[in-house]
Design a protein around this ligand. Structure first.
Ligand SMILES: Cc1cc2nc3c(=O)[nH]c(=O)nc-3n(C[C@H](O)[C@H](O)[C@H](O)COP(=O)(O)OP(=O)(O)OC[C@H]3O[C@@H](n4cnc5c(N)ncnc54)[C@H](O)[C@@H]3O)c2cc1C
Length: 456
């Protein structure tokens, strides 16, 4: 740490004497690695990076940050990194590694540092699943607080709907478990817009029965993209709510950053999971298989840990640009999207994806939550490599996809799909965002905690 950096934060400096490399400042040799988010396209510059070892250190950190006029911004890993973090202490939660599974009560207590992959590993052989998305390296608490979209969303709603309780450090320095009966308004806001009310050190979530679980990936040649995406939309109209359907058209860009053997290649895949093994789900998949030439098919019986392997998503940090929108797709809008993706303007887009929504997502959530019912039947998303040369071309390509969606699209998306810098009103009704903002003022009147999204 440089003297200049130290002098700006006397209380943090004093704490740093004891915390050592658990509290880093600009100038430290490990600084750039410590401040980097998972999405390396975001260049964030916090005032310090803290990795508290326990609740007592977290409370000391809160007191020191307040004394120095700084905010705390919790970011377990930073898939959802969204801003600069100027004037904030970035808090890493890796030390909060609690993981307790109670199979009889169908409840898990999960520390704020635990990734989804570890939760699912612990559920192997139990016949139970947690609300998990497609990646092992997403933080379970972050996923839940942001209303994550899980494989089982059509059966049980957003990840936040399975949130029973939080263990929270609030701005007044208190640290305790809170349930709906203790703080109904706060729990409502934490179920989907949960980053700015305090530091959540653990969550308690429902586990769901999954005595039989099937899933896998169908891979087709990229030339089948339009037919496979159309077939997925068609199958989604009648598929049982137990079936999750995602489809992704991928084209590896011809840039030096991409692996040489993959540059310029394209394929389309359908990732699916069923809570069960029903004839109607198998029929839906057979109809999708018929849409093109299947070059790989991994569908079959799986156990909970396999849920994060299906989509073969990257596990190492990388730079990415993204776009997404809720939509009600039909065959014509799918064709327009694929045509825009295949046009010269669409070239920077590496992946064009859709997920079938509906089912429990279209119903009021089982527990009061800002992440409420979504009427649209699909979410469409696109991503590009987040390298500087692609920034402007990717932005133009995303605009072209948006235009291709036309009236099928909406101006909202899911919270975990929001682009960097977007506020909560990109995902939720303005009246609900205003309600969350009022709760924020009540719980954190001095605005000590900074989430990754504004209440705007
Ligand atoms: C490969 C990949 C696959 C993905 N798949 C899915 C998917 O299937 N479904 C889906 O919905 N999303 C998915 N996502 C998006 C991901 O769920 C979101 O970005 C989400 O924000 C969690 O990311 P993270 O674990 O890196 O959390 P971070 O980005 O580190 O945290 C996000 C925000 O949550 C808040 N927060 C986190 N922890 C705490 C805490 N302990 N206390 C208080 N606030 C906290 C903070 O405001 C923080 O900035 C995926 C992302 C990637 C990169």
């Amino acid at each position: 740490m440089t003297d200049a950096a130290r002098s700006a934060h006397p209380a943090l400096d004093a704490l740093a004497e004891r915390l050592g490399d658990r509290l880093l400042f600009p100038g430290d040799p490990a600084w750039d690695a410590a401040r980097a988010p998972w999405n390396l396209a975001i260049d964030q510059h916090p005032a310090a990076v803290a990795s508290p070892a326990d609740v007592a250190e977290l409370q000391e950190l809160l007191a020191a940050a307040r004394a120095d006029g700084l905010q705390l911004a919790v970011q377990p890993s930073g898939h959802g990194a969204s801003g600069t973090l100027d004037g904030a202490v970035l808090v890493r939660t890796g030390a909060f590694d609690l993981l307790e599974i109670d199979p009889d009560a169908r409840v898990a207590r999960i520390g704020a540092g635990v990734q989804m992959g570890r939760v699912l590993e612990a559920l192997a052989g139990t016949g139970l699943v947690a609300m998990s998305g497609s990646s092992a390296v997403v933080n379970a608490t972050a996923f839940t607080l942001n209303g994550g979209h899980a494989w089982f969303a059509r059966s049980f709603g957003f990840g936040s709907s399975s949130l029973r309780a939080v263990e929270l450090l609030t701005a007044d320095g208190r640290h305790r478990w809170l349930r709906d009966a203790d703080a109904p308004e706060l729990l409502w806001a934490l179920r989907g817009a949960g980053g700015a009310f305090g530091v959540v050190t653990a969550i308690e979530v429902d586990l769901h029965e999954a005595p039989v679980l099937t899933g896998g990936r169908l891979v087709f040649d990229g030339a089948d993209a339009a037919a496979v995406l159309r077939a997925t939309v068609a199958a989604g109209r009648t598929a049982p709510e137990t079936l999750a359907l995602h489809a992704t058209a991928v084209r590896i860009p011809d840039v030096p950053e991409a692996p040489a053997e993959l540059r310029g290649k394209s394929f389309v895949s359908v990732e699916s999971v069923e809570l069960g093994d029903s004839p109607s789900a198998r029929d839906a998949l057979d109809r999708i298989r018929g849409a093109g030439t299947v070059i790989a098919d991994t569908w079959g019986a799986i156990d909970a840990p396999a849920l994060t392997a299906i989509a073969e998503e990257p596990t190492d940090p990388s730079p990415g640009f993204g776009w997404s929108a809720l939509a009600d797709l039909d065959e014509a809008s799918v064709d327009r999207l694929v045509a825009a993706w295949q046009s010269p303007e669409g070239r920077p887009v590496m992946g064009l994806a859709l997920r079938v929504l509906g089912g429990a997502l279209a119903q009021p959530p089982p527990r009061p939550a800002i992440a409420g019912a979504v009427s649209e039947a699909h979410i469409v998303s696109a991503h590009a490599m987040g390298v500087p040369a692609l920034a402007e071309p990717a932005a133009r390509a995303f605009e072209a996809l948006d235009a291709a969606l036309g009236v099928a699209g909406s101006d909202r998306t899911l919270c975990t799909f929001l682009a960097p810098g977007a506020g909560y009103s990109g995902a939720y009704a303005e009246s609900d965002v205003a309600r969350a903002a009022r709760i924020k003022v009540t719980v954190d009147p001095e605005n000590v905690f900074r989430g990754n999204r504004d209440f705007a």
